[in-house]
Design a protein around this ligand. Structure first.
Ligand code: SF4
Ligand code: SF4
Length: 137
């Protein structure tokens, strides 16, 4: 199994440094790969990254919610969305995302389609090579 980062990820980067096997890679280009991605072949399921995420975006693969109920105000970020999101990340660096949507309170979202991109990123996608083009957010 592996842990999975879902579309609740807004690239805060609070998680990356705690990973003992360095398998969390920021996606690039950001509009095509908007999250941080976990290499499923390397993740040891230690769970260290989960409490580090202020947006509760990380789940063990078999616990990714098929019916996530929004508290209201949180963002999802995904290819094809058009909303603007701006913030300062864990390292004080400015983040700007153009592929977001803010959720309404009580809105129910299926996050299980977010599992596949974590695999695709490393199989046919940019994978570890993305580190060479890391925008820093
Ligand atoms: S801490 Fe959460 S929001 Fe930030 S990059 Fe990691 S998964 Fe994404
Ligand atoms: S569960 Fe552990 S090994 Fe897997 S991505 Fe998170 S910190 Fe890294």
């Amino acid at each position: 199994m592996t842990h999975i980062i879902t579309s609740l990820c807004v690239r805060d980067r609070g998680c990356i440094e705690v990973c003992p096997v360095e398998c969390m890679i920021p996606g690039v280009p950001v509009n095509e790969w908007p999250w941080i991605y976990i290499d499923p072949d390397t993740c040891i399921d230690c769970g260290a990254c989960v409490p580090e995420c202020p947006f509760a975006a990380i789940f063990p693969e078999d616990e990714v919610p098929a019916a996530y109920t929004a508290k209201g105000g949180e963002y999802i970020s995904n290819v094809g969305l058009t909303g603007h999101y701006e913030a300062t990340n864990h390292h004080g660096k400015q983040i700007a995302l153009e592929t977001t949507r803010q959720l309404a309170a009580g809105e129910v979202v299926d996050l299980t389609p977010d599992i596949k991109p974590n695999y695709d990123f490393f199989k046919g996608g940019p994978g570890y090579g993305a580190k060479d083009n890391d925008p820093g957010f």
